[in-house]
Design a protein. Structure first.
Length: 406
């Protein structure tokens, strides 16, 4: 925690100076760009789009539709990740690097399953066998046991493959550590503080809340989730999930970076803007060394620290040239255990969030406290390619290009 607080304080001391100079770290979005976002949303047959900044609506619109509950598909994974984060904050989970066998001892009997950490479930790097989509999961009586009993086909932590099956284990862990279903846990610790009352979860026949998908929310409530992601874990002054959790959750795992595929944090996709500038601060290497990272990896990290890379892809490629998958996992293990963000993006336009199967989105631009929710129903979404892939670019366009991260 000391490293995280130190990094925040190193930035926070500048706030009075910025205010004295009449500057702001949160410029209002460009009105014409906001118009373009909503014009695109209309053209893409959206049901609704809500855009907030600093927890206040900038613009909200329903397009010939009511603000009604929409099936969110994989956007549900964001809430599953938040359920884990809240349990971690409350001391019910000791570390994201805790082995899954802590809660499911039968995993300890398998040489590969015993290596699966909670972090791997959140980052889609568990190595558990998966197939595209969820059609093999829906018929199962117990989604959690189905994942636990599935074979492991790659070394945990060393390969990323989007995995609906493995994510459901998070629901089982929440029940183990809280004594409650994931639904009840989220209602108590997320929905009630946010004032969300109109929702629907889905459960398997064993009573497990689906963690992979299954949630229905209104756009007006989904944007509140985006605000929590955008505003350092807060909603209306109340800390919902810690900034310490989000500092790591909203950063892509090292093993997921370096390709055209969108990298993944803890239950969140992480989108770098075209002008991203990525670096590993020297202070981060110091913190990892103090936390017990092996000296050979400390030396190799110091050779990379301070270098500036243009974009997450180039940064990821450089890391994979310098380190093996096993070494990247070793660095991630120490960083995860101590909740140390490994790198820093020097530009403030990093987007985090998730999309659902037919184009449902929860999006946050944390550096500018911008939160976006987009919903589309089955009838509109299945009628054509209306997934609104340009949404991320439209959100990037709302704020200035370049500059230091606020």
């Amino acid at each position: 925690m000391g490293y995280y607080l130190a990094m925040r304080r190193s930035i926070a001391w500048m706030a009075p100076l910025l205010l004295a100079q009449g500057l702001t770290a949160q410029p209002a979005p460009n009105p014409s760009k906001l118009d373009k976002l909503f014009a695109d949303a209309d053209a893409q047959h959206s049901n609704a789009v809500f855009v907030y900044q600093n927890e206040q609506p900038l613009r909200t619109e329903c397009f010939k539709a009511k603000d009604q509950r929409i099936y969110l598909y994989s956007v549900t994974k964001v809430l599953s990740g938040l359920a884990i984060g809240i349990a971690y904050d409350k001391g019910l989970i000791p570390s994201i690097d805790e082995p899954v066998s802590t809660w499911f001892p039968e995993m300890a009997n398998d040489p590969l399953k015993s290596k699966i950490k909670l972090r791997h479930l959140l980052q889609h790097s568990s190595g558990i066998l998966t197939t595209q989509g969820s059609q093999d999961i829906y018929p199962q009586h117990d989604f959690v046991n189905f994942a636990l009993e599935s074979p492991v086909v790659s070394t945990p932590g060393e390969e990323v493959k989007y995995n609906n099956r493995a994510v459901n284990i998070e629901s089982g862990i929440i029940r183990k550590v809280t004594g409650k279903s994931m639904e009840d846990w989220l209602v108590e610790n997320l929905f009630k503080p946010l004032g969300v009352t109109d929702y629907k979860f889905r459960h398997d026949d064993a009573g497990n809340t689906w963690a992979m998908d299954g949630l229905e929310l209104k756009a007006s409530d989904l944007v509140k989730i985006a605000c929590v992601l955008a505003d350092d874990g807060k909603w209306q002054g109340k800390q919902i999930v810690s900034g310490r959790w989000l500092a790591v959750a909203e950063q892509a795992s090292l093993i997921s970076m370096g390709t055209d595929a969108n990298p993944y944090g803890l239950g969140l996709f992480v989108h770098d803007p075209p002008d991203a500038r990525v670096t590993i601060p020297a202070a981060t290497v110091d913190a990892l060394e103090k936390a017990g990272l092996s000296q050979d990896l400390v030396v190799k990290l110091r050779s990379v620290a301070g270098r500036e890379f243009k974009g997450g892809i180039k940064f990821g490629q450089a890391m994979k040239q310098q380190f093996s998958a096993t070494e990247l996992e070793a660095i991630s293990a120490v960083a995860g255990r101590e909740m140390i963000p490994v790198y820093r993006n020097l530009n403030g336009r990093v987007i985090v969030g998730h999309e659902g199967e037919i184009g449902e989105y929860v999006v946050a631009l944390p550096a500018y406290h911008i939160a976006v929710a987009r919903t589309i129903d089955e009838k509109r979404g299945r009628a054509g390619d209306f997934q609104f892939h340009s949404l991320f670019q439209r959100v990037y366009d709302l704020v200035p290009v370049g500059g230091q991260q606020p």
